[in-house]
Design a protein around this ligand. Structure first.
Ligand SMILES: NC(=O)c1ccc[n+]([C@@H]2O[C@H](COP(=O)([O-])OP(=O)(O)OC[C@H]3O[C@@H](n4cnc5c(N)ncnc54)[C@H](OP(=O)(O)O)[C@@H]3O)[C@@H](O)[C@H]2O)c1
Length: 325
């Protein structure tokens, strides 16, 4: 079978496409014929040895995929060969076959295609957990989403709107912001050309935003916290911008606000029942057409490195997906 391999840590152009032996599932594992693998920012970190999960070399990157079950290991009963499934884990998706933990391998909702199946759970799972469980977002509140046209950001825009909030989307280009508008954002901020604090003051009549969803960090975090309403919740989701910001703690005091961490992968493990309920709600909304991932581009397996480069260079809007025949 063909697989993208990371043999030594580095940039996407160091990855190789190789023929390797077929895989065999062990106890509690599932072997899938991969049909689609969507990229998530952590994939760009894992290949550079910069992520908290560190697979042993060599490995195939790719955290989220969909496909058809080929075989199951001992003790696996909830899926069987022929079933359409989605899977997630730290790596393995950029290959024709993937071994996954059975607990992270779930049936695709009836009728959901492979590209949607590979692009839904990670982004919406993260953002729903963030907004609902960690942010306690309420109807009528104002939500600011930074990096709003990225994978998790655009999911937060859609979910925020669905949950009854007024969504302010902030991103780096007008092209990205136009997609945020289509997905339900009421207000738009181009943070390359506009002053975030001034724009939020205007949009909220000086009150500030109730919830900030921040997957970017870096220089964008502090102005967002300074733009919060009394008793706001600032969601620490990620640091795609590069630097992990150091925030003056007096801001939390002055705003009476909460700085709240979000770690979806750990939530899935530690609170499996609640996570499953969230995933069922997401699947229902997806099948009802209330949410739908925006796919900016699909790539063949041979161009997976280019897809990862596009993500690192901020060219992806929503999701980039590698299709595998
Ligand atoms: N906490 C959790 O459980 C969890 C779960 C999933 C993902 N995450 C984190 O969330 C973040 C976003 O993940 P994602 O998969 O949505 O990534 P993504 O699709 O690449 O989106 C990231 C966004 O960040 C912005 N950005 C600003 N500076 C950037 C830079 N130097 N390089 C790349 N992007 C930059 C880009 O928007 P603009 O060009 O508009 O600025 C981009 O759209 C990552 O840090 C990831 O690790 C956390």
């Amino acid at each position: 079978m063909k697989a993208i391999l990371c043999r030594s840590f580095g940039l996407p152009d160091t990855l190789t496409l190789e023929d390797i032996p077929s895989l065999v599932p062990g106890p509690g594992e599932v072997l899938t014929q991969v049909k689609a693998c969507s990229l998530n920012f952590p994939d760009t970190l894992t290949i550079r040895n910069m992520y908290q999960f560190k697979p042993p070399l060599p490995f195939s990157p790719g955290s989220e995929s969909s496909g058809i079950v080929k075989a199951v290991g001992e003790g696996v009963t909830h899926v069987k060969p022929g079933d359409h499934v989605f899977t997630f884990g730290s790596h393995g998706g950029l290959a024709e076959e993937r071994i996954s933990d059975a607990r992270a391998t779930l049936p695709l909702p009836e009728g959901m295609d492979f590209i949607t199946g590979a692009s839904t759970m990670y982004a919406y799972g993260t953002s729903y957990h963030a907004l609902k469980d960690r942010g306690q977002l309420q109807p009528g509140e104002t939500l600011l989403v930074l990096g709003a046209a990225g994978g998790v950001g655009l999911a937060a825009v859609e979910l925020g709107k669905l949950m009854g909030a007024t969504v302010i989307a902030a991103a780096s280009t007008d092209e990205k912001l136009a997609v945020c508008r289509e997905k339900g954002a009421t207000h738009l901020i181009n943070y390359t050309t506009e002053d975030v604090r001034e724009r939020i003051k205007e949009m909220t009549q000086g009150k500030g935003v109730d919830v900030v969803y921040d997957p970017v960090g870096d220089k964008w975090a502090e102005p967002a916290i300074r733009s919060m309403a009394w008793k706001g919740r600032y969601l620490v989701v990620g640091f795609a911008g590069g630097e992990i910001p150091r925030i003056p703690l007096n801001l939390a005091l002055l705003k009476g606000c909460s700085l709240v961490g979000v770690f979806w992968g750990m939530f899935v493990q530690k609170e499996a029942a609640l996570s499953m309920k969230n995933m069922q709600e997401i699947a229902t909304w997806a099948m009802q057409g209330k949410i739908a991932p925006h796919i900016s581009k699909t790539y063949p397996l041979s161009e997976a490195s280019q897809a990862l480069t596009d993500m690192m260079e901020r060219r992806v809007i929503g999701k980039a997906v590698v299709e595998i025949s």
